[in-house]
Design a protein around this ligand. Structure first.
Ligand SMILES: Nc1ncnc2c1ncn2[C@@H]1O[C@H](COP(=O)(O)OP(=O)(O)OP(=O)(O)O)[C@@H](O)[C@H]1O
Length: 237
């Protein structure tokens, strides 16, 4: 059969598909899963090639069971992946009161108030807002300071910003399984960024350091200027 433009298009699309999947999975547990599956398939293939019938029968049957087990174990990653794929169709988040947010963060950091703030983008965070208190209040530095003042009922948990409003506070975010060497506030920031496209800011109560979790990655402590630049990029995008 001659090689036609359709074959070329086919190859290109498959290459783009694998490249996009690779980028979506980079830095997540799913990448290790893919490596594991490839090794498994390699051993299975070799066993069949060498005629090791018992081993290849065993691996063949275990594969069906394993596929279901993987779906259960990697449910958070799969969900995150599907959400990222579907994101392109969602409406864009409204604009953010950037300077108020930065002022609020700098005060929280100076005062060592632990804080967790998610910026909603295309993935709706309504289900997490429902775990806390819906506020729908205009974002201001003073409101952030008040919300995360230790001892107030809403300081525990995370706040969700929707555009220039504090949509909810006192919310429970999903915890990441990653070994960070940091506590649960940071794990919750990373966890939400794994299953959504939210930018999640975390201020450490211990050190006052501000970090940003995005796409399943947690930044090192950031200076306000670097944060301003990153947030501006997001607002422009
Ligand atoms: N799943 C969660 N969702 C939202 N917030 C959470 C969650 N788990 C813990 N937190 C918040 O994190 C606080 C505990 O923080 P912890 O000291 O364990 O975190 P940390 O990452 O070490 O941060 P810090 O540097 O501020 O101490 C809780 O009081 C709560 O406010």
């Amino acid at each position: 059969m001659p090689f036609t433009w359709r074959d070329l298009l086919d190859i290109l699309l498959v290459a783009v598909l694998f490249y996009s999947l690779g980028r979506l999975m980079a830095g997540t547990r799913a990448l290790n899963l893919v490596r594991g599956v490839l090794v498994y398939l390699g051993v299975w293939f070799l066993a069949s090639l060498l005629g090791l019938s018992t081993l290849s029968w065993l691996l063949g049957n275990a594969a069906t069971l394993g596929a279901f087990a993987l779906i259960v174990v990697f449910q958070p990653e799969l969900r995150g992946l599907l959400e990222r794929l579907g994101r392109a169709q969602g409406p864009r988040a409204p604009s953010l009161a950037l300077e108020e947010l930065l002022l609020g963060l700098s005060r929280l950091s100076e005062r060592r108030y632990g804080a967790l703030i998610a910026l909603e983008r295309r993935t709706p965070l309504g289900e997490y807002a429902a775990t806390g208190e819906v506020l729908e209040a205009r974002l201001s530095a003073r409101l952030l300071e008040t919300l995360f003042y230790p001892g107030t009922p809403l300081h525990d948990g995370g706040a969700i910003l929707r555009g220039d409003r504090v949509f909810a506070a006192g919310c429970i975010f999903p915890l990441s399984e990653a070994r960070l060497g940091l506590g649960t506030r940071h794990r919750a920031a990373l966890g939400l960024s794994e299953v959504s496209d939210a930018l999640v800011l975390v201020v450490s109560e211990e050190t006052g350091a501000i970090r940003l979790a995005e796409g399943g990655r947690l930044s090192p402590p950031l200076a306000l200027e670097a944060l301003r630049e990153r947030l501006k990029e997001v607002i422009r995008a």
